[in-house]
Design a protein around this ligand. Structure first.
Ligand code: BGC
Ligand code: NOJ
Length: 811
């Protein structure tokens, strides 16, 4: 069954029932102010940081599942309904939710009244706009009561849902005309507040939740709405909300529109204050003045749409495959922006209070984002580098607001440092801007300890070199890419469960995956050194890379595939000698991507083993056979039931590594077959099984050992977005930014006749036209730039004017 359809012309997904298998969400906001919005208008807003500066409340793990959001109640005689169906769940005569790029609309009808709510965050301001339009499509005059509803969060979301002894007494609001000011914390910090405003005179308001709903009711059946009269409650402590009441009379065919603003207002630091809790209303008034008319709001929405059209015009394909075009041209790039903005902080699976920005995660997110807004990628790289430690190791996560490392999680994931090289090289390949390497970045956010970005990368590289185990392979530390492979947690104490706080050196567990990662990005570091004329360093580093390749082929090869790791007792993991967990995906993908074993048959053999042992119709499982029992010496991986998460789930994030690897060995048919398996756009017909949004990649699909084989989880915030985009654009379609220019090297299914791609690269627009007359999978027979045959398939970025015509013939 399908729950909607793609509208490619408008770049929207249209949901036709509120009862999707899971809430299907969208993201609002481009820069600092963000919202999550589900297909029933659930979700919440925050400024910069979903943990520290949250404007509205959301209850995760709630029942019913998705309740709390920006809700508009319409009371039409005895019928009370919401345009987004929740929270009253009154059956609607029609319902349609459109999730677009940075906005969502909800259009519904009930008893001959049509309501359309458009929600978005304008590019330039810190406000969620909800434009509600009501139209009377009956033949009679309609007299309605309209109520709005949001529930304020007392800013720090974690404190807000734990520290009740304090926060039941701190809430403060103020209502002036049609503006509700949420000013909790103001007397203490005096720097910010939130507003909830409507551009209309109101007939009443409420700001105390219990008064609005009635103490034993919920937003599904609020007393105030049932009575049709607000109580003008002013919250003192407890749970502050914002609710406006407007009486509306509509003649037949008449429409009315209401603009609600939920905004974040900030004072200037140097400001003088009248009294502790008298707030400075100037920022609010300024914001309100900008979005008070339909025209202002429509213009802002159009600006947002144009912004997206421009961004997406940087990479656009025309192939014979509609689903592929849709994924590459719209949704995959959109998700790359979302993961860039959110990292792993806020989704319907990430609470916004937990993981913040990941050192590893945000570095990888850049791979799919850097072409969209290189300047923001640059800033992010420097932010990440600023949190690195002097010895090259890294905090695993950092907080988006403070940009400082998260002490609770700490460090010790030994792959982390290398991803900084990956992200930086992706940026330089895209832009040619080597000046980033000269930027001074702190260590551990300490202004007294600084070095250039290049020095940070050098320490990343050397961290691996100086942390190797008995087989000459990198020490794994607490874990590598696979957070759950905790091999240094060995303990003889019965009943002790894994604790990943162990030291990162000392215990000898080693990772073949990090070895592959080191070879792949170590080579890029060598190239950087060469470009900077650091010839001695380049040679010395190349030697380290060669030594690592040697260690992998000598100790990391199991006969038919790459071993995954060695545990704390130097026993192999991911080897035929193991009873379970004999073969893992990560070391196959990373080693082949690093081109280890490409010239001696190991790579091909490894990919064959993946196909034989890990492949399913929904993608490649992380490992097999799944662990059936818990092993202290393996850690969290074996704590999952078979088929879920890292215990033999289909981890979408590293499926593209195998796709990439297949292109490296020239298998275009296989690469594309695999590409489709985890791509939600190709799974629209199995939505009842897959369940997550058909327009967003999810982190994990249950593997074949799980009772719910094929079910997706953790949609949106996953490295899958960036890796899939990098894979399809650079390795399958073969349009690959490289240090010296744009490399064209497709690896496609043999039945593909060709395709066109528009690629904006280093200030020029490349119109690339690929043909495949001999139906090969790989190999460029000729490449012309503006009609001239080129000696290589790397296009020199200085050639041509603003628009460059590129003709590629495969064969
Ligand atoms: C968890 C893993 C999970 C990862 C990302 C880790 O802390 O242990 O299960 O895959 O975070 O969600
Ligand atoms: C999700 C995490 O965000 C990522 O950093 C990790 O590599 C994977 N899970 C695998 O454990």
């Amino acid at each position: 069954m399908k729950y909607g359809f793609f509208d490619d012309k408008n770049k929207e997904y249209v949901i036709t029932t509120p009862k999707t298998p899971l809430p299907w969400i969208n993201y609002l906001g481009s820069n600092d102010f963000f919202g999550i919005i589900s297909n029933t208008a659930g979700g919440y807003d925050f400024y910069k940081d979903a943990k520290l500066l949250r404007l509205t409340r959301y209850r995760y793990n709630n029942c019913p599942y998705d309740s709390n959001g920006r809700y508009y109640y319409i009371k039409d005689n005895e019928t009370i309904w919401n345009p987004g169906w929740q929270p009253t769940q009154t059956p609607l005569d029609s319902y349609e939710c459109r999730h677009g790029l940075g906005y969502s609309t909800f259009e519904s009808e009930k008893n001959k009244l049509r309501a359309k709510m458009t929600a978005f965050v304008p590019i330039k301001d810190n406000v969620e706009i909800n434009k509600l339009e009501l139209t009377n499509i009956s033949e009679n005059v309609k007299t309605l009561d309209l109520f709005s509803y949001v529930e304020f969060c007392l800013w720090n979301a974690e404190d807000d849902c734990t520290n009740f002894q304090r926060n039941f007494s701190t809430g403060e609001v103020e209502v002036i005309d049609s503006t509700i000011y949420h000013k909790t914390e103001y007397r203490e910090r005096r720097n910010h507040y939130a507003i909830y405003h409507v551009n209309h005179e109101i007939d009443g308001f409420d700001t105390d939740r219990a008064t609005f709903t009635g103490f034993y009711n919920s937003p599904a059946n609020p007393d105030v709405v049932k009575a049709g009269v607000s109580k003008n409650s002013v919250a003192h402590g407890w749970s502050p909300i914002g609710s406006h009441h407007i009486k509306v009379t509509l003649q037949p065919n008449e429409s009315a529109s209401f603009i609600f603003l939920l905004g974040y207002c900030k004072n200037k630091k140097e400001e003088k204050f009248e009294a502790p809790n008298v707030i400075n209303k100037a920022p609010a008034k300024e914001l309100i003045a900008k979005y008070s008319t339909d025209e202002q709001v429509d213009t802002a929405l159009n600006e947002l749409k144009t912004y997206w059209t421009n961004l997406l015009s940087k990479f656009n394909i025309e192939t014979g495959n509609e689903q592929l075009n849709r994924s590459v041209n719209i949704w995959n790039q959109y998700q790359c922006m979302v993961t860039f903005n959110m990292s792993r902080s806020a989704s319907y699976f990430e609470s916004g209070m937990g993981r913040g920005m990941g050192f590893r995660d945000s570095s990888q997110d850049l791979l799919g984002f850097v072409h969209l807004i290189p300047s923001r990628a640059r800033e992010r790289i420097l932010d990440i580098a600023n949190t690195q430690f002097e010895d090259g190791s890294a905090y695993h996560q950092y907080q988006p607001l403070t940009k400082t490392g998260n002490l609770n999680v700490g460090s010790g994931f030994n792959d982390d440092p290398l991803w900084l090289i990956a992200g930086t090289c992706a940026y330089i390949k895209e832009t040619g801007d080597y000046s980033i390497l000269d930027e001074e970045c702190t260590f551990d956010s300490d202004a007294n300890k600084k070095a250039t970005l290049l020095e940070h990368l050098r320490r990343s590289f050397n961290y691996t070199v100086t942390h190797k185990g008995p087989h000459g392979l990198p020490l794994i530390g607490r874990a590598d890419w696979n957070d759950c492979l905790n091999l240094n947690c060995f303990s003889d104490t019965p009943g002790e469960s894994f604790q990943t706080t162990g030291p990162s050196s000392g215990p000898v567990a080693e990772s073949v995956f990090i070895a592959g990662l080191f070879v792949k990005y170590g080579k890029e570091y060598v190239t950087l050194c060469q470009k900077l004329n650091l010839d001695d360093e380049a040679k010395a580093c190349q030697k380290e890379v060669d030594t690592m390749i040697e260690a992998i082929t000598t100790h990391g090869w199991d006969g038919k595939w790459f071993i995954r790791a060695f545990d704390a007792n130097s026993n192999p993991i991911g080897s035929h000698v193991n009873k379970e967990g004999q073969i893992f995906i990560e070391s196959q993908g990373m080693c082949v991507m690093a081109e280890v074993g490409v010239d001696n048959g190991m790579a091909l053999e490894a990919l064959n083993s993946v196909k034989e042992r890990l492949d399913t119709k929904y993608g490649i499982m992380l490992q097999q056979p799944a662990y059936t029992t818990y092993h202290l010496e393996l850690g969290e991986i074996s704590s999952y039931p078979p088929g879920y998460k890292e215990n033999a789930g289909i981890f979408c994030h590293n499926n593209p590594w195998i796709v990439c690897s297949e292109t490296i060995v020239g298998h275009g048919n296989r690469a594309f077959e695999l590409y489709k398996k985890t791509n939600p756009i190709f799974l629209e017909d199995v939505q009842d099984v897959h369940r997550t949004e058909p327009y967003a990649f999810c982190q994990m699909v249950a593997g074949k050992d799980a009772p719910s084989f094929g079910e997706g989880k953790n949609s949106w915030l996953t490295g899958t977005a960036a890796w899939t985009f990098a894979t399809i654009s650079q390795f399958i379609l073969g349009i690959k930014p490289d240090f010296d220019g744009l490399r064209i090297d497709p690896c496609i299914p043999s039945d593909c006749d060709g395709y066109n791609c528009v690629r904006v690269f280093r200030g020029k627009t490349y119109n690339i036209h690929v043909t495949n007359p001999n139906h090969v999978e790989k190999g460029v027979a000729s490449l012309k730039v503006n009609g001239t045959v080129m000696p290589s398939n790397v296009i020199d970025p200085t050639l041509g004017e603003d628009t460059v015509e590129v003709e590629v013939v495969l064969g």
